[in-house]
Design a binder for this molecule. Structure first.
Ligand code: EPU
Length: 369
């Protein structure tokens, strides 16, 4: 490849062209990347940023591809797979363990290692697909834990200011499935590493009924017991990636659970008095998107062309083999319309939509990556 920037990156052919992206996503949907680079070091990442900058091409950092809907037309710029690895642990104050992991580390393997060490704090986040660097972006949460509770700081490259920042958790604007990384201008931040403060010897978190049901009442659980129980609960819902389980060919929960203000919740509970609901600290009320979808008349396993609602958990859209990105968008819009018309509640998609032209029709509230 003839590269005007003259950087080694371009000379040693680490840049590939027209690389299919669908195998790099858990949904298995999406066209090719015009250019593709795998960055195993920060220096390789900066070379890739430079490569894109020289050509005025958009850049897409790719982690585990578990929360993306990529357009069938692919991505017209440079996709950089974030593969920086390495885990270090040092004792912090008050007996805490300060654990830093490279953004490219596999999240589930990281959770398993920390539980085996006896360090509490992320054991309920077992079985979540993707990489460590992706977890702060949407403040990944499950079974009573969110990463924001244990993240001390995030090391990120700020493409606007062109410098690396170590952002303390308080500057990450964490909320339910949100952070500054998915609310500041798109593409501004690339996460390089995440530092967690874990609690050696502390008991596991066991708040959710779904999980508690796995153990005899009053029994004692280790962190690794919780790790394996969470994986089992998630697998039963099709939420652990398993090539043998077509329900796991998805982007996990497709919609966020709506948080309603007092007036909106009063209106909903008038027509749906039996809806499960979870009051939040900020006086909003969270309601399950899955319930709204199912009680609006959609069925588990229902097909929309080559897309289907998971047969195990109605909140996941799944690819039944040869789904197109257009079919995913159409199915999501139909579900949004059904829920809006039955319950007067808007559902917002959780995954990022990549490579769709500005004027293309996406589900309401979709975030373009
Ligand atoms: N429900 C249904 N039908 C279903 C499934 C669930 O009606 O097919 C209703 C039930 O009333 C159930 C309620 O929805 O009690 C909540 O379901 P669940 O406990 O499975 O949790 P969720 O709210 O659907 C959230 C996260 C998951 C996380 C689980 C467990 C969101 C959008 N999703 O799901 O995260 O694993 O809680 O804590 O917040 C993800 O984000 O990709 C994800 C999988």
């Amino acid at each position: 490849m003839d590269c005007p920037c003259g950087k080694e990156l371009c000379n040693n052919k680490t840049v590939q062209e027209n690389v299919p992206l669908s195998p790099l996503t858990t949904f298995g949907v999406g066209g090719p990347a015009r250019f593709f680079v795998r960055a195993t070091t920060e220096s390789e990442l900066f070379d890739a940023i430079h490569f894109a900058g020289e050509r005025q091409l958009p850049l897409l950092p790719l982690g585990g591809g578990s929360n993306l809907v990529i357009s069938d037309d692919g991505f017209p710029g440079v996709v950089v797979a974030i593969a920086m690895q390495g885990i270090t642990a040092v004792e912090g104050t008050g007996g805490a363990m300060r654990v830093t992991a490279g953004a490219g580390e596999d999240w589930d393997a990281f959770v398993q290692q920390t539980t085996e060490q006896g360090w509490a704090g992320i054991e309920c986040l077992a079985g979540i697909p993707g990489t460590v660097g992706a977890t702060p972006v949407q403040n990944v949460g499950a079974y009573g834990q969110e990463v924001s509770e244990t993240i001390e700081s995030v090391r990120a490259y700020d493409r606007r200011e062109q410098r690396i920042s170590d952002l303390p958790a308080a500057e990450c604007a964490f909320g339910y499935r949100r952070s500054r990384f998915n609310t500041d201008e798109p593409g501004r931040w690339i996460i390089l590493a995440v530092t967690f403060l874990l609690r050696p010897g502390a008991p596991p978190t066991l708040k959710y009924a779904d999980l508690a049901r796995h153990f005899p009442p009053g029994s004692h659980q280790t962190l690794t017991d919780i790790y394996h129980a969470v994986r089992a609960v998630r697998a039963a819902k099709g939420m652990v990636i398993d090539p043998a389980d077509p329900d796991s060919r998805s982007a996990g929960s497709f919609f966020k659970n709506p948080t309603l203000n007092g007036a909106q919740f009063a209106e909903l509970s008038d027509i749906a008095p039996e809806i499960p609901h979870y009051p939040q600290a900020d006086s909003t009320v969270k309601v399950p998107a899955a319930w709204l979808i199912e009680q609006a008349g959609f069925r588990k396993g229902q097909e929309f062309g080559h897309v289907a609602l998971s047969s195990k958990h109605i909140l996941a859209l799944t690819n039944r083999g040869s789904a197109s990105s257009g079919e995913i968008v159409a199915a999501a819009r139909e579900i949004q319309r059904g829920v809006q018309s039955r319950w007067h509640v808007s559902l917002t998609p959780e995954p990022l939509f990549i490579g769709f032209p500005e004027n293309s029709c996406l589900p309401e509230g979709a975030i373009r990556g």
